[in-house]
Design a protein around this ligand. Structure first.
Ligand code: NAI
Ligand code: MG
Length: 362
């Protein structure tokens, strides 16, 4: 009955921050009855160096059979001038595609101690804890027809088409409603039904799923442009936001700046429900491999640690363990410890390992 976990640390600071997660896993196994069967594999430049490919097919298969994948980051300047299929970044793109990871979850949670890092006024962001669910495999980035064509008069036009099917909308809506039930039980669905047919269908389908399967969750609707404005005016009005690929791309980047620190933010991407009733799921920090600070022992491990907390909450159904980690992180920050990326005057600067150990102690 052990959960199968695949750990892919990757490149740059990936292995450095993953080491701090390993301490916590070890502690939870000893003290919280957490049973994990862990497999570690190389991805990115680390895999290229040994196997000649950014990710082996066996590793993709392992990911498919795991209860969850904990991913670090991939990318290495030494491999940036090679053909596309030899780029380290192909590892994550391939995993997303092969596992059909269609829902990207980006929480924006602000720890009280970091309130000064936010781009907004403290009274606007205090207590912020929202989640954006972005559809990632459909919509205007993939819709047909697409392309650039030349018209009879010699001028050209570029074409993209926004397409969403009922089933694509339903499955991402279900992810959002399920999440809301583990949070504050509120979902805001975002589209532009005033000018887009796909938006009209989106709203209709979300409303319908809500009525049939999730009447206990509070549902509201908002136009995407208004949502951008509301995220800056009063972000605390939101719990879970669910939206399509294009609007989600923009709104999630906007929301990440509400907390102000890249090294703090985890994310998850979820796939369809499998035959065994579980979902493919991959958890990773939103930051990359940070080659500029790799090997120096100064990377902030908190985004990776918080990615593991999300994994516990959403894939293993261990919300209490996730709470424990999030509270520990909050207490460590309140005690004044800071890595370089979140440093502010009067605080105590620590490296990756000391930050990880402080979380463990808490
Ligand atoms: P990046 O996120 O790696 O770094 C941006 C800046 O933030 C750098 O100055 C870095 O030192 C700092 N930073 C990032 N994470 C930090 C942490 N945990 N603690 C302290 N400082 C941190 O983004 P960049 O520089 O655009 O990309 C570097 C490489 O990472 C590229 O090869 C890129 O393709 C790859 N990348 C991979 C991702 C993934 O694996 N999913 C996501 C984003 C980028
Ligand atoms: Mg983006």
């Amino acid at each position: 009955d052990a959960h199968k976990l695949l750990v892919l640390a990757g490149d740059g600071i990936g292995p450095e921050v993953m080491r701090e997660v390993a301490r916590i896993v070890h502690w939870m196994s000893a003290h919280r009855g957490l049973k994990l069967e862990i497999t570690e594999e190389l991805v990115g430049a680390a895999s290229l160096a040994v196997h000649g490919v950014p990710i082996r097919d066996e590793v993709v298969e392992l990911a498919r059979q795991s209860d969850a994948v904990l991913f670090g980051s991939v990318g290495d300047p030494a491999w940036s001038h090679v053909g596309f299929d030899k780029r380290p970044e192909v590892a994550i793109l391939k995993l997303r595609k092969e596992l059909e990871l269609f829902a990207n979850l980006r929480p924006a949670k602000l720890f009280d101690a970091l309130i000064d890092a936010s781009a907004l006024k403290p009274e606007v962001v205090r207590g912020l804890d929202l989640m954006i669910v972005r559809e990632t495999v459909g919509g205007i980035y993939f819709g047909e027809p697409r392309g650039v064509e030349t018209l009879p008069d010699g001028s050209r036009r570029g074409i993209n088409t926004e397409v969403y099917t009922t089933s694509e909308i339903e499955r991402v809506a279900r992810v959002a409603f399920d999440l809301a039930r583990k949070r504050d039980n509120r979902v805001c669905s975002v589209e532009k039904c005033n000018v887009m047919e796909s938006g009209l269908l989106w709203k209709e389908v979300v409303t319908d799923i809500h009525k049939r399967e999730y009447p206990d969750v509070q549902l509201s609707h908002m136009l995407a442009d208004n949502c951008a404005m509301q995220l800056v005016r009063d972000p605390n009005q939101f719990d879970v936001i669910v939206t399509g690929n294009l609007f989600g791309d923009i709104l999630s980047d906007l929301a990440s700046m509400l907390t102000g620190s890249l090294g703090m933010l985890p994310s998850a991407t979820l796939g369809p429900v499998r035959a065994d009733g579980k979902r493919n799921a991959l958890y990773e920090p939103i930051h990359g491999s940070a080659p500029d600070i790799a090997g120096k022992g100064i990377a902030n491990p908190l985004a990776q640690i918080l990615s593991f907390a999300m994994l516990l909450r959403y894939s293993l159904n261990r919300g209490e363990d996730a709470d424990l980690i999030e509270t520990a992180v909050s207490n460590v920050l309140a005690s004044g410890l800071r890595t370089g990326d979140i440093m502010s005057p009067g605080m105590a600067r620590v490296g990756t390992e000391m930050m990880g150990q402080a979380v463990l102690r808490e």
